[in-house]
Design a protein around this ligand. Structure first.
Ligand SMILES: [Fe+2]
Ligand SMILES: [Fe+2]
Length: 287
């Protein structure tokens, strides 16, 4: 019964461990444009694990600094409030969801590699496009989390998900259409339910909801939504990781127009992708 399936997904999402209080607090204070590094320092200093992650990130090869940074405030100033927010969010979500045992129909490694690739490519496009440095990590987080809705579908309805993957294969259709047909809810909708449960809004929630429906998107985060759709297309085309989609839909040409990026850029960022995935996987500890 299709209605039943949606109930099951809802039940699974409700039972998922919620984000830790510190992360929720970090999100809340970062949403205030007046937030200063000191405000953020006060919250993060209460959470040794998160504090360790922030310091580890600033001292990682990713930033290539000469001298070690040991002060949290200094690390926050150097990384930027937005980067710290997205780091807190991405790692908290991965800690909760990257549990191998939960993966049934989808292959976990392929799924996270796909997700990392989409995050990295969305960020590379944004960088090349000249998006301000403080927003770059938002592109990364949106890409990393865009397919998050596949997790409850895969875990709460694994048999049905195997069937949906079979249907996509047989009929050569994108996985989200097969999900909708065989489960009655697709991963963009399930992902939206997660975003709602975790009070995520703004660009990340929009990318989760609209990455397969870019034509319907009219909000103010079109650059991130389009960048994620393009990055998703790239990851599928290049076969980097595997998200369960062998027959992705063609990207409507207006996506590149709305993003104000020529399609040829995908070839130009090519050389950087593998190295960036490596770096990102090291600090997120996805292997
Ligand atoms: Fe997707
Ligand atoms: Fe995807």
């Amino acid at each position: 019964m299709p209605g039943n399936n949606i109930q099951k997904i809802r039940g699974y999402i409700v039972s998922m461990p919620s984000l830790p209080t510190t992360v929720a607090k970090v999100m809340e204070i970062c949403n205030n444009p007046k937030t200063s590094p000191t405000d953020l320092d006060k919250v993060i200093a209460l959470d040794p694990v998160l504090m360790g992650k922030v310091l580890k990130l600033i001292n990682s090869a990713y930033y290539g600094l000469q001298n070690q940074v040991t002060s949290l405030v200094r690390a926050i100033i150097m990384l930027g409030v937005n980067t710290v927010k997205n780091l807190a969010l991405s790692t908290a979500i991965l800690d909760r969801l990257a549990d191998k045992s939960g993966f049934r129909a989808l292959n976990m490694e392929g799924f996270w590699r796909h997700s990392l690739c989409v995050g990295v490519v969305a960020k590379l496009i944004a960088k090349k496009k000249g998006v301000e440095a403080q927003r770059l990590d938002e592109f990364f987080a949106a890409g990393l989390l865009h397919d998050i809705g596949k997790i409850p579908l895969n875990n709460a309805l694994s048999e049905e998900y195997v069937r949906a993957m079979g249907l996509a294969d047989r009929e050569r259709i994108p996985i989200h259409l097969a999900e909708k047909r065989s489960i009655d809810i697709d991963h963009a909708e399930a992902g939206s339910m997660i975003a709602e449960a975790w009070h995520l809004d703004g660009p990340i929630a929009d990318a989760i909801r609209f990455h397969h429906d870019v034509g319907l998107y009219e909000g103010k985060n079109a650059d991130i939504v389009m960048a994620v759709a393009v990055a998703d297309y790239y990851a599928n085309r290049e076969g980097i990781g595997f998200s369960g989609c062998l027959y992705p839909e063609k990207l409507p040409p207006e996506v590149f127009e709305r993003l104000r990026v020529p399609k040829a850029w995908l070839e130009e960022i090519d050389a950087a992708v593998a190295a960036e995935i490596e770096k990102a996987s090291v600090f997120l500890k996805i292997k």
